[in-house]
Design a protein around this ligand. Structure first.
Ligand code: P6P
Length: 345
């Protein structure tokens, strides 16, 4: 088959997972079905986001506040309900956890259960919705603990290294899925004309070093000395470029992370003293940092909390937060060295 024909035919997610089945244990038929349900949810959300500007009812706030203390956007709530509905009916999960919901979400007794648990952030970066800025969905999948009955909290209090799959949907100029099942990172782009996600970025590799740093510098007066020294490093001539990195900060981690995956660079959300809730960082370990860390490492990058590897952290609570330094491996190593009081190598 010619490349042109191959391109026109496209490689679907199911086809890609079937190709992977021999290479990695997680790419079972069950997982293929689960990913298919996730992509259906993403298509529904993409449809709503792409016409949100035309349909005032889907923009704005619900008036509710979520477990994070954040104002809930109508699209947040819609995305949360879409994924809960689809995941509960996948027949493959024994419990769910959403960034928008305080406790473990059970699979109702009248629905079939399976051997996986999923953690997801239904719409990360949603404060940007009304400004038409790219936002995303993040998901993380574990095999359930055989020692646990379905739906217990302990199924979720896991090391990030126990994940069998992780991914994100990016609702941007195009809608993309980027995922890993432990054999590299692969990107698919939604072709709205056929309603299919088609392989567009096989085996994504994040450059070993970048030239972009992403951090909210308005928090600098609340950072400790090592954190300020780390950000100042990327703004100095001491970088490997011999000049400062470029600053890019979208305020939507999925979008900032994806850009750094493509071009190289580092995204940082350090702990800060501004808000007691952020004394250990703003980002959630289970539904943001751990899945993105799995993806980063599978793409040749790295992710730490400023001390150690994110994937070596065992969650102690569903909505536990962590500082996050993630992206190009050598950039993350430099940041972590400075955070620990050493000079980068
Ligand atoms: P700040 C979105 O709420 C999020 O979790 C990330 O997607 C984003 O990078 C960060 O918070 C933005 O937070 O404090 O800079 O507005």
């Amino acid at each position: 088959m010619t490349d042109a024909l191959q391109y026109r035919m496209g490689t679907t997610i199911t086809e890609h997972l079937l190709q992977c089945e021999g290479e990695c244990p997680a790419a079972t038929g069950q997982f293929t079905q689960l990913l298919s349900e996730l992509t259906t949810g993403a298509k529904l959300i993409s449809r709503e986001i792409n016409k949100a500007g035309l349909l005032a009812y889907i923009l704005g706030l619900t008036g509710d506040t979520n477990v994070q203390g954040e104002q809930v956007k109508k699209l947040d709530d819609f995305a949360d309900q879409v994924f809960i509905w689809r995941m509960q009916r996948s027949g493959l999960l024994c419990a769910l956890s959403s960034e928008e919901n305080e406790g473990v979400i059970q699979v109702p007794d009248n629905l079939p259960r399976g051997n996986y648990v999923i953690v997801f952030d239904p719409l990360d970066g949603s404060s940007n919705i009304d400004a038409n800025v790219s936002i995303g969905t993040i998901f993380s999948i574990y095999r359930r603990l055989e020692t646990e009955v379905c739906g217990t909290l302990d199924n979720f209090l896991r090391y990030g290294s126990e994940q069998v799959a992780a991914g994100y949907f990016l609702y941007g100029s195009s809608t993309m899925l980027v995922y890993t099942v432990g054999n590299g990172v692969h990107g698919f782009t939604l072709d709205p004309s056929v309603g299919e996600f088609l392989l567009s970025h096989p085996y994504i590799k994040i450059p070993e070093r970048g030239g972009i740093y992403s951090v909210n510098e308005a928090n600098s007066m609340y950072w400790d000395e090592p954190t300020n020294a780390t950000i100042e490093y990327f703004k100095s001539g001491r970088t490997h470029l011999g000049k400062p990195y470029t600053s890019r900060y979208i305020g939507s981690m999925v979008a900032d992370f994806h850009r750094n995956m493509m071009y190289g660079g580092i995204y940082m959300y350090p702990a800060d003293r501004k808000d007691p809730a952020k004394a250990n960082g703003k980002l959630r370990l289970l539904c943001e940092a751990a899945p993105m860390a799995f993806i980063a490492e599978q793409a040749g990058g790295a992710a730490t909390d400023g001390k150690g590897r994110i994937l070596d952290i065992k969650a102690k609570a569903l909505h536990e937060r962590t500082p996050l330094f993630i992206g190009s491996r050598k950039d993350v190593e430099d940041a972590t060295s400075i955070m620990q009081g050493h000079e980068p190598e």
